[in-house]
Design a protein around this ligand. Structure first.
Ligand code: AMP
Ligand code: MG
Length: 413
C-alpha cells in the first residue's frame, strides 16, 4: 500500500471529479411512494397524463349554459329571451336536454349540457318571469367553458424523470388520479466523525474537547440534497475502531463520508483506512480548494468514500463540491442550478492562481444592486457559515477578486 504522503498529489476540483467519475457508474434505484410522501423526491420515470383534464366540459362561472347562436345580436335594448329548462347540479351529469332557445342554470365547475356551447354570466342576464331569462349581450361559442383537455391532454408528459416533486406536482398527480409515483430511492450516506477530542453535542466538553458539529451538519446536507443520512457516531483516533466502523458503513451505505483525520500528520490515519476499504481505493488525496485541501476521494468496491477535513467550514465546502453531485447522480437528478444572484463585492478577496477559493459572504441590497461582503473567519469557525447568506467562488486561475467587481453568489438554502 502506498504511504499517505505518496498519495498526496493535489488535483484541481475538476480533475478530482473526473477521476471519481471514471471509476464510478451511478445506478438509480427506483421505488414507489404515495403522492402524500412524494414531496422533494426525485422522479425516476416520466409521468404521462392517463386522461384528459378536465374529462368533461365545465362552466368557469355562475350563469346559464346556452347555445351561443341564441344570443347573437342581443343587447340591453333587445335582449335574447331564453327558457330555463333546468339546473345543473354540482357533481352530476347535466343530461336534462337543452334545445334551441333554452338555457340551463349552471354553477362554477358544473358540467355543461351536451347542446350548450357557452355560458352567460349571471350578471349579464335578468329574470323575465318564472322560467324565462333575458340575455343582455351576445356571447361567443366556448366563452366561460373549460374545455375537455384544456388543462392537460391525455398522453402528454406532465413530469419528467430527474425532477424533484413540488407541491403543485402532487396536486397535478392527484387531479389525474395518480396516487403513487416512481421515485429514486434515497441514497444512504454513512457519516463518521473521528477524533479523540470530539464529544456528542449533548455533552459538556471539558478543556481540549469540542462538540461534534460535522455529523449533524453533514447529515443535514445529505437530507437537503435528498439522501438518507446514516450516523455511525464518533470514532476515536484508534485505527482498529476506524477500520471496523468504516467497513460497516461501506457495507451498509451507498456513500461513506468520514470527517477529520484527512491530512498527512502521523495521527491522520483516514487515508490508509480508506485505502484499505476496497478496490480501487484512494483516487485523490489533496484538492486545490480553500478551505479543504486535505480531501480524500476513494472508491471502495463501488462505494464512493470521502475523507473530509475536520474543520466544519472545510468539511461542508468539500461536501458541497464532491459529495452533493454524487448523491444527485444516484438520484438521477437532472441538472438544476443552485439559486444564485449577481452581486458586487464590497471588499477585495485574495486568492492565488491554481487554487479555487470558496468564500462565505453576506448580501445587502442597495439601490437595486446586491452587494456581497466576505465574512471574516477561519475554516474552523462554523459561525462563518451561520452568518453567511451565500458563497462566492474564486476560480482556480483567478488571482483574487477586486472590490466593485461583479460576482455570482450561490445562495445557501
Ligand atoms: P483534522 O482534520 O483531524 O486535522 O481536524 C481539523 C480540525 O477540525 C480540528 O481542530 C478538529 O478538532 C476539528 N474537527 C474534527 N472533527 C470535527 C467535528 N466532527 N466537529 C467539529 N470540529 C471537528
Ligand atoms: Mg483529527
Amino acid at each position: 500500500m502506498p504511504t499517505s504522503s505518496e498519495l498526496f498529489t493535489v488535483r484541481t476540483p475538476q480533475q478530482a471529479q473526473e477521476l471519481l467519475m471514471q471509476h464510478f457508474q451511478p445506478v438509480v434505484r427506483a421505488e414507489s411512494v404515495s403522492i402524500g410522501e412524494a414531496l422533494g423526491r426525485v422522479l425516476a420515470a416520466n409521468v404521462a397524463a392517463p386522461e384528459d383534464l378536465p374529462t368533461f366540459r365545465r362552466s368557469t362561472v355562475d350563469g346559464y349554459a346556452v347555445s351561443a347562436a341564441d344570443t347573437y345580436g342581443a343587447s340591453p335594448g333587445l335582449p335574447a329571451l331564453l327558457t330555463v329548462v333546468g339546473e345543473a347540479t354540482m357533481g352530476q351529469m347535466a343530461d336534462m336536454g337543452m334545445g334551441m332557445g333554452e338555457a340551463v342554470l349552471v354553477h362554477t365547475g358544473s358540467a355543461l349540457p351536451d347542446d350548450a356551447d357557452a355560458v352567460v354570466m349571471v350578471e349579464h342576464t335578468q329574470s323575465a318571469g318564472q322560467q324565462e331569462i333575458e340575455v343582455m349581450r351576445p356571447i361567443a361559442a366556448g366563452e366561460n367553458v373549460f374545455q375537455v383537455g384544456e388543462d392537460v391532454r391525455r398522453g402528454e408528459v406532465i413530469l419528467r424523470a430527474g425532477q424533484p416533486i413540488r407541491p403543485q406536482d402532487v396536486g397535478g398527480l392527484a387531479a389525474l388520479g395518480i396516487v403513487n409515483v416512481l421515485v429514486a430511492q434515497r441514497p444512504r450516506v454513512g457519516i463518521i466523525s473521528t477524533g479523540d477530542e470530539i464529544v456528542p453535542p449533548d455533552h459538556t466538553p471539558h478543556i481540549g474537547q469540542i462538540r461534534d458539529v460535522n455529523s449533524v451538519a453533514l447529515g443535514a446536507m445529505v437530507q437537503q440534497v435528498g439522501g438518507l443520512p446514516v450516523f455511525y457516531g464518533i470514532v476515536p483516533d484508534v485505527r482498529a475502531r476506524l477500520v471496523e466502523t468504516a467497513a460497516r458503513a461501506k457495507a451498509e451505505c451507498d456513500i461513506v463520508v468520514l470527517s477529520a483525520g484527512s491530512s498527512v500528520s502521523y495521527r491522520d490515519m483516514s487515508v490508509e483506512v480508506i485505502h484499505g476499504l476496497g478496490q480501487p481505493g484512494v483516487l485523490v488525496h489533496g484538492v486545490s480548494v480553500k478551505p479543504g485541501k486535505p480531501t480524500i476521494i476513494a472508491l471502495a468496491d463501488g462505494v464512493p468514500v470521502f475523507g473530509l477535513p475536520g474543520n466544519p467550514v472545510s468539511a461542508m465546502t468539500i461536501f458541497n463540491l464532491f459529495v452533493t453531485p454524487i448523491i444527485r447522480a444516484l438520484l438521477g437528478a437532472s441538472e438544476r442550478g443552485a439559486h444564485r444572484v449577481q452581486a458586487r463585492l464590497t471588499r477585495n478577496i485574495a486568492s492565488v492562481t491554481g487554487r479555487e477559493d470558496h468564500v462565505q459572504v453576506t448580501l445587502e441590497q442597495r439601490d437595486g444592486v446586491y452587494w456581497a461582503t466576505p465574512v471574516a473567519g477561519k475554516p474552523n469557525q462554523i459561525f462563518t457559515m451561520v452568518r453567511a447568506t451565500g458563497v462566492v467562488c474564486v476560480p482556480l486561475n483567478a488571482n483574487g477578486i477586486t472590490a466593485g467587481e461583479s460576482v455570482t453568489v450561490r445562495l445557501d438554502a
